[in-house]
Design a binder for this molecule. Structure first.
Ligand code: SAM
Length: 454
C-alpha cells in the first residue's frame, strides 16, 4: 500500500535550484542553468537528471490531453480509472504535472506509474514529489502485473515508481495510456508500447531524431523508418506523417489501428498522440491511410497510394496520409483551457515563493505567454487538420502565384474564409496554412492580398 521513501538519503546534488513548469515546482540540478522562458531546440544535456525545458509545451499539452480524456470520457467510462505510464519519466516532471494539474475529482481516476532505468533520475523524481506533494491526496494500489512482480510500494499521493527497462515496464502491466519520450528515436520501444496497451489506449510519442524523420539523414531514415524523404517545405509535415505511418503499420501487425488525436512538429522534435484500438477489421484498412507525397507542377503536392517509377524521385514516403488530429479533442485545446489548468494562482505562487521559488512579475508574464504558445493555433486548425486539407507554406506561394511578395498570413486566411472556404494557421515555426480551398482558388487570393498587387 502507500509508502514513501523516508529514510532514504536524498540524491546527490539535491535540492538544486527551483523552477516552475506549469503549476508544478521543479528542482533543477545546480549545473543546469536557469532556463529562459522560450527555450527552443535541443538543449545542452548536463547528464542524468537534466530537464529539457524546450519540452515544456509538449508536457503542457499532455496535461490537457489527459484532462480531456477524463473530462469527456472518450477513453474509459466516467466511473473508471485510467492506468497511465510514463515509461521514460527521467526526473518525473510529466507525471508530477499530471498529478498536480489535472483538477479535482478527475484526479482520483488517474493511476500513475513512472518508470526510468536511471536510478539517479528516479530518486530525483521521488524527492521532488515528496518535497512538493500535490494539493489533494490521491492513493492507489500498485498496478497488477502480468508476471507477479508488483512494485513493493506506491508513494503517498499515488505515484507508482519503477526502475526497469521501459520495454519490461510497458509489457508487465496493461496500461490504457503510455507516454514514450526517449532520447532520439522511439522505434526500439514501439512494439513493447503497442503490446503494453489495453485493447483501447492512448500512445503518446516524442521523437527527437528529426534528421532521420525529415530525410536530412537519408540513410538513418531508410534504415529506421524504411522511408525516403525530400527536404523541402513539407519536411516537417512529412516527419510527423512518417512517425504516424510507422506507428500505424507496427500497430496493424498486432491487429491494432490508430486514430491520431494530435500530431505536431514542434521545433526540434515530433510529438504524436494517438488512440490505439485492437480491431482486425480496422487494422486491415491500414493501406487506405498510407501513401506517398508527390511534388507536382500544377499543385504543390498530391498524396498517392503508390508512386509510379517516374514519380518516385519527387516523392516522399511511405507515410500516414490520413487525418492528423481528432477534431473534438483538438478544438478543446484552447488558450483559455491551458491557463485554467496550468497557470498558478497568486496564492499558489505565494506558497511556492515561501518554499524558495524566485518568480518575478516578468516570470509570470513570460510563463503565461509560453503556456499560451503551447496551444497556439491548435483549436482554430482543429477542423481542417482532422480531415483532408491542403497544406501550404506562405513563403512558397508568391512563386506559384507570380507575385513579388507573400501576403500577410492573417490577410490570406481572412480572404479565403470570407469567400466561403476554411483556412487556418498551422502550429509550426514556418508560416504554414491549411485550407480546403482548391489550389487555383488559393492562388487567386494570394494575388488579391499580396503587397505587390496594386
Ligand atoms: C528524454 S528523457 C525523458 C524525459 C522525460 N520524459 C521528461 O519529460 O522530462 C529519456 C529517459 O529515458 C531513460 N531511458 C533510456 N533508455 C531506457 C530504457 N531502456 N528503459 C527505461 N528508461 C530508459 C533515460 O534514463 C532518460 O531519463
Amino acid at each position: 500500500m502507500a509508502g514513501d521513501n523516508q529514510g532514504q538519503s536524498p540524491p546527490s546534488g539535491w535540492p538544486g535550484h527551483l523552477w516552475l513548469e506549469g503549476r508544478t515546482i521543479v528542482h533543477l540540478l545546480d549545473e543546469q542553468t536557469r532556463p529562459t522562458h522560450m527555450p527552443r531546440g535541443p538543449a545542452k544535456r548536463t547528464g542524468p537528471g537534466f530537464l529539457n525545458p524546450a519540452m515544456a509545451p509538449a508536457r503542457t499539452r499532455s496535461v490537457l490531453l489527459v484532462n480531456d480524456a477524463l473530462q469527456h470520457d472518450w477513453l474509459v467510462r466516467a466511473d473508471q480509472s485510467i492506468r497511465i505510464l510514463d515509461a521514460l519519466c527521467a526526473t518525473g516532471v510529466r507525471i508530477r504535472r499530471w498529478r498536480n494539474e489535472v483538477p479535482g475529482p478527475l484526479q482520483q481516476r488517474l493511476r500513475i506509474t513512472a518508470n526510468d532505468l536511471d536510478q539517479f533520475a528516479l530518486d530525483w523524481a521521488k524527492a521532488s514529489h515528496q518535497k512538493h506533494p500535490p494539493s489533494q491526496s490521491v492513493n492507489h494500489e500498485p498496478e497488477d502485473d502480468r508476471y507477479g512482480s508488483n512494485s513493493d510500494q506506491v508513494f503517498d499521493n499515488g505515484l507508482d515508481f519503477r526502475n526497469k527497462d521501459a520495454r519490461i515496464a510497458m509489457i508487465e502491466s496493461g496500461f490504457q495510456w503510455i507516454d514514450l519520450d526517449p532520447f532520439g528515436s522511439p522505434v526500439q520501444f514501439l512494439d513493447a508500447a503497442l503490446q503494453g496497451l489495453s485493447r483501447t489506449g492512448v500512445l503518446e510519442i516524442t521523437a527527437t531524431d528529426t534528421a532521420a524523420l525529415t530525410g536530412s539523414s537519408a540513410s538513418s531514415q531508410a534504415r529506421r523508418y524504411g522511408a525516403k524523404g525530400i527536404v523541402d517545405v513539407y519536411a516537417h509535415d512529412d516527419a510527423v506523417r512518417l512517425l504516424l505511418g510507422t506507428v500505424a503499420t507496427s500497430a496493424a501487425r498486432l491487429d491494432k489501428s490508430i486514430t491520431p488525436l494530435l500530431a505536431l512538429f514542434d521545433g526540434h522534435h515530433v510529438r504524436i498522440s494517438c488512440l490505439v484500438q485492437t480491431s482486425r477489421e480496422k487494422a486491415s484498412k491500414i493501406n487506405n491511410s498510407i501513401g506517398w507525397r508527390v511534388r507536382e507542377s500544377d499543385v504543390p503536392y498530391r498524396f498517392v497510394q503508390h508512386p509510379t517509377p517516374e514519380q518516385v524521385e519527387r516523392a516522399s514516403g511511405p507515410m500516414w496520409t490520413g487525418a492528423l488530429w481528432e477534431k473534438g479533442v483538438a478544438e478543446r485545446m484552447t488558450e483559455q483551457k491551458v491557463l485554467e489548468l496550468c497557470m498558478p494562482s497568486e496564492e499558489e505562487l505565494e506558497r511556492m515563493r515561501a518554499q524558495g521559488l524566485e518568480w518575478s512579475d516578468e516570470d509570470i508574464e513570460y510563463s503565461t505567454r509560453e503556456l499560451r504558445r503551447s496551444v497556439r493555433y491548435i483549436a482554430d486548425a482543429a477542423d481542417l487538420m482532422s480531415r483532408e486539407h491542403l497544406l501550404l507554406n506562405l513563403d512558397s506561394l508568391p512563386r506559384w502565384a507570380g507575385v513579388g511578395g507573400a501576403p500577410k498570413v492573417e490577410k490570406l486566411i481572412t480572404s479565403l474564409i470570407d469567400s466561403g472556404h476554411c483556412a487556418a494557421r498551422v502550429p509550426d515555426l514556418e508560416p504554414l496554412i491549411a485550407t480546403d480551398a482548391p489550389f487555383d482558388v488559393v492562388l487567386s487570393h494570394v494575388r488579391k492580398t499580396s503587397p505587390s498587387t496594386k
